[in-house]
Design a binder for this molecule. Sequence first.
Ligand SMILES: Nc1ncnc2c1ncn2[C@@H]1O[C@H](COP(=O)(O)OP(=O)(O)OP(=O)(O)O)[C@@H](O)[C@H]1O
Ligand SMILES: [Mg+2]
Length: 485
Amino acid sequence: MPRLDVRITTNLPATVVTFSKSERLEKAVHFKEISLSGGLLTGLPADPKTQFSIILKLPSQEYIEFAGEQVKSCHGNSIVKFFFPDKKAMTSLWLYLSGLSIKQEACPYCGQGLTGKNESCSICGQSLMFMDDSYLDKHLLATFSERVQTRLNKLDAGFIKRVLSLLDTEIMDLPDQDCKEEFVGTAPSLLEVFSMIRRAATTDMNILILGESGTGKELTAQAIHEKSLRKDKPFIVVNCAAIPEGLLEAELFGYEKGAFTGAYATKKGRFELANGGSIFLDEIGDLPQGLQAKLLRFLEDRMVERVGGKSGTKVDIRIIAATNCDLEAMVGNSCFRKDLFFRLNSFTIKLPPLRERGDDKVILANYFFKKFCKGKHTSLIGFSDSTLKAISDYDWPGNVRELVNKVRRGLVMATGEYIEPVDMELNHKPHSAATVKIQPDAQRQKIYDVMMQNGFVVAHAAKALQVSRPTMYSLIKKFDISVPG
Ligand SMILES: Nc1ncnc2c1ncn2[C@@H]1O[C@H](COP(=O)(O)OP(=O)(O)OP(=O)(O)O)[C@@H](O)[C@H]1O
Ligand SMILES: [Mg+2]
């Protein structure tokens, strides 16, 4: 049976990058054979199932980086399979492969038929028109459908759905139907974030995401998980600030039956539930001191010890943490453990605030406008020129979340064809979080505005106003503010 991929014999140098206890290790290797789906390498230690990053320097002087996994090794050679983070890296490798394929005398699929000027191989029938612009797309689709066909009777519906989604997003460049949110941005600082996400995703390092409220920390954590080899395994979110201190340990580590009053049955914690996947520890700055020590122990040995348990269970998870607190300052005043900070901080991604993202403010506003209008009958055309200017000039203390809410408001309030500044409440300067002081006689409108900017999430509004959550609840009660819809 012919191969499904063009495979060429070569002597291509590459670098394999692994991470051990957050230390980056590089090893020079050589590809003896390479295709789009994998290759035969020399120079790797015989350690099957190892995952790593592969950096290839192509003869065009272009560097491409993607993830790989060692499938098998024998006699100093290793068979590895590739995972591409995006179509760009795959296309670059294809340009290299196709350039060499046309020079080969034998068909690079079956190794028997002659290439010459033939359009297709006389033995296996595969197309040999490698330099045709659409070759890669056509060939990959044919390859995928053939692979799916041969496995069809072994696949369940969920798996078929994932394969289809992969075809759409990775090869056809269509938006992923399952993907709830798109990550939009063109500002250089955000492009740098995207590049860090791609680099971080291929490793197993702990990631710390920093950024003001509403800048996209959760979106970043999701993107890292979805671009990693763990993407088909669970992505578990734990908001350390939202779970009462007394319950957090049991929630994270689980508990044994009878560990405390009310523990009627043994329950797995979120670390165990995330096994094989990633856990997102949001608002890590709010983790109580006692749990900081337990988390540190877990990060060191990856053993989950349930509350009331006598032994631990080993789990394999990637840790992503996020906060909008100044963790370094918290370390300085002993509110956060220094050793835990360094453990979590192996790789830091800092999200820029929206006010520093230049044209992205308008790009995002247009993106959300189109997204919210999709499939709805509306006579609205878009934002007026003065609204676009107001969007650019506004300070956006609530960042992207506030922008989302203001666009929603604009859609509801606009009466003409265009959304005007007043419809989005952009005709006055925002109240900077630092300058708002809640006085007993504060205007109801002021509280309402902040709630609105923060999507009526009490914890976020409280943070924006720099008051505690209980204070926020009493203000909401006092001014009788209810959540719309
Ligand atoms: N670049 C972006 N493109 C599209 N949507 C975005 C972007 N950044 C943020 N959002 C959207 O803004 C909202 C807030 O994002 P997210 O929850 O990730 O922020 P956060 O930093 O975790 O906020 P918080 O600190 O308040 O928890 C979400 O609805 C998210 O989908
Ligand atoms: Mg968040």
